[in-house]
Design a protein around this ligand. Structure first.
Ligand code: SF4
Ligand code: SF4
Ligand code: SF4
Length: 574
């Protein structure tokens, strides 16, 4: 450590770190726009410039290294004027569209314009951004007019997700962010993860909204509108209403959905339990009969598309189980429709998901039967918050409610699906019971918990030693796939979640991506698991009833027809 002087105050700095890193640790705020923690700095936007004594030019604090004895001024007149000019130049190229923009009130550019007191357009408006919207993707809308070329989406897509579906195209004032050959996103290698949407500081990237369809269905007397909510949603929705991360508002959320007019509110954690019954059975079957190993989870649709495009040789390693969203959708339009005497064509099935890739998944042609889709509309956590706000529902006036039977009961194992490692932990609990007839001594599988991108463990199940890996962020998954390609043989089961951290940090979640918020969300799931008594999927009485009354047995005929699927090799545009 050595000392530097910042704003006439002495602070400590670590050799090799950047000015931004040192001043942030000391609690001194410098605004940033293109900066991304844990990724190499690009220094593209110049918002974070600071003045250093003895230097003629301002330096970008995100990429400039500290030197012993440096005297830095983060808020000198020159630095503030330069930042203001950068913002004014960005605004010159930007539509005055805030009132209509999905990011109104939650936009970094708008926030900076406010912080720096910009009240007029100083530079003449440019026509550079006169671009068409790209609304071709089932999950994401790209609005180039609002793009400030910060490059965060490009870096997330390439450096974290290892997809590289988008990049800077053309030069100078013609530069845009686009897929290869400026094609539209739907024909690119985009896996619909939405991590770029979380990274984008403006409204240039957003989810493709299904609010209008849902609203129309809710007002259509001929439709029976049901909704399911994914495990991660109840521990993140509160953030959209100003509460701190990690507050579980399950009961209030159900009450709000009931006020919105949904006929039935089901819990996707129920079908996570169902998924575990099918997936653990499939794993046991593969392990005991010499089936394709390692088996890989299939509940994260971005990961499925990633394998289909980049690693088609591993398609047979994917579990054939549909995701919990799709399983519940299929069961609602078969078992539930039959039981309640409702024509499946009249059921409009909505899901609230942490993920924009779920919109893509629901639209896959294999996700339905007889021209009836399992799921009719997918809302992200952000969209459902908008729906609740539009209806003027005040959480303070609500009394918590529970989800509806027959798909309202869940184990905490099903709830754990919301975070990285959760599927694995739930599967290990049930696979142990299926193989040994006994419950695990300690249900908590410590080795697969936490936010690390790759976690590995050896799990003893009876006489078997099962090698497991838990991966989140498809960029991390590619590293394991390469190892297996190169001969690695000690893994039997791999959980992969497309988004770093799993569904709690999915592309449809509240926009905060700082690690403390994600940790708080994950711990909310762990707290639920530690505080309740129904902790294994195979003990869920309503899942057992579904098998008794309808499915008969895991991997049986009906399960194959409704709960399992297949995957296709996809060509990639490059
Ligand atoms: S992206 Fe931000 S600044 Fe641009 S229109 Fe939307 S809210 Fe306004
Ligand atoms: S959704 Fe994911 S894969 Fe597609 S462009 Fe964004 S980051 Fe890349
Ligand atoms: S789309 Fe968003 S994240 Fe990507 S460069 Fe433009 S403003 Fe930045």
């Amino acid at each position: 450590m050595f000392e530097i002087e910042v704003n006439n105050k002495i602070i400590e700095a670590v050799p090799g770190e950047t000015i931004l890193s040192a001043v942030t640790r000391a609690g001194i705020k410098v605004p940033t726009l293109c900066y991304m923690k844990d990724l190499a700095p690009s220094g593209a936007c110049r918002i974070c410039v600071v003045e250093v004594d003895g230097m003629k030019t301002l330096v970008p604090s995100c990429s400039y290294p500290v030197q012993e004895g440096m005297k830095i001024h983060t808020n000198s007149k020159r630095a503030i004027r330069a930042r203001k000019t950068v913002i004014e130049l960005l605004l010159a190229n930007h539509p005055d569209d805030c009132l209509y923009c999905v990011r109104n009130g939650n936009c970094r550019l708008q926030g900076l314009a406010e912080e720096y007191g910009i009240r007029e357009r100083r530079f003449p408006s440019s026509k550079k951004k006169d671009h068409m919207l790209d609304a071709t993707s089932p999950s994401i809308i790209r609005d180039q007019a609002k793009c400030i070329l910060c490059g965060k989406c490009v870096r997330v897509c390439e450096e974290i997700q290892n997809v590289a579906a988008i990049d800077f195209v053309k030069r100078g004032s013609k530069t845009v962010i686009a897929p290869a050959f400026e094609q539209s996103l739907n024909v690119s290698s985009c896996i619909n993860c939405g991590q770029c949407v979380l990274a984008c500081p403006t409204g240039a990237l957003r989810e493709k909204s299904s609010l209008r369809e849902v609203d129309e269905a809710l007002h259509d007397k001929d439709k029976y509108v049901v909704i399911q909510h994914a495990p991660a949603v109840s521990v993140t929705l509160a953030e959209e209403f100003g509460l701190r991360p990690g507050v579980d508002i399950n009961g209030l959320m159900v009450a709000a959905l009931r006020q919105l007019g949904f006929k039935k509110i089901f819990d996707t954690s129920f079908s996570a339990d169902l998924t575990i019954m099918e997936e653990a059975s499939e794993l046991v079957h593969r392990v005991t009969t010499g089936g394709k190993l390692p088996m890989m989870t299939s509940c994260s649709p971005g990961w499925i598309k990633y394998v289909e495009q980049f690693y088609p040789d591993f398609i047979d390693n994917l579990s054939t189980c549909k995701s919990p969203q799709q399983m519940l959708g299929a069961i609602i339009k078969s078992y539930f429709a039959e039981k309640e005497g409702i024509d499946p064509e009249k059921i409009f099935s909505v899901s609230i998901m942490p993920c924009v890739a779920k919109k893509f998944e629901a639209a896959r042609p294999e996700m339905g039967r007889n021209n009836i889709f399992d799921i009719d509309a997918v809302l992200t956590t952000r969209e459902v918050a908008r729906l609740i706000k539009m209806a003027g529902i005040d959480f303070d006036s609500l009394t918590p409610e529970t989800a509806d039977l027959p798909f309202g009961t869940r184990s905490t194992a099903g709830k754990l699906f919301g975070g990285t490692g959760g599927v694995m932990e739930a599967a290990i609990r049930t696979a142990h019971y299926m193989i040994t007839g006994k419950e695990l001594k300690s249900l908590m599988v410590e080795d697969v918990r936490g936010l690390k991108g790759v976690k590995e463990a050896k799990v003893k199940i009876g006489d078997l030693e099962v090698g497991v890996a838990v991966v989140s962020g498809v960029g991390n998954a590619s590293k394991i796939l390469e190892e297996i390609k190169n001969g690695r043989k000690d893994l039997h089961f791999i959980e992969v979640m497309t988004c770093p951290g799993g569904c709690i940090a999915g592309g449809g979640q509240p926009l905060s991506t700082d690690q403390e918020s994600i940790k708080a969300r994950l711990h909310a799931l762990y707290n639920i698991d530690h505080s309740e008594t129904l902790r294994t999927s195979h003990k869920n009485k309503d899942v057992q009833k579904l098998y008794d009354e309808f499915l008969k047995e895991p991997l049986g005929h009906k399960s194959h027809e409704l709960l399992h699927t297949h995957y296709i090799k996809r060509e990639v545009l490059s």
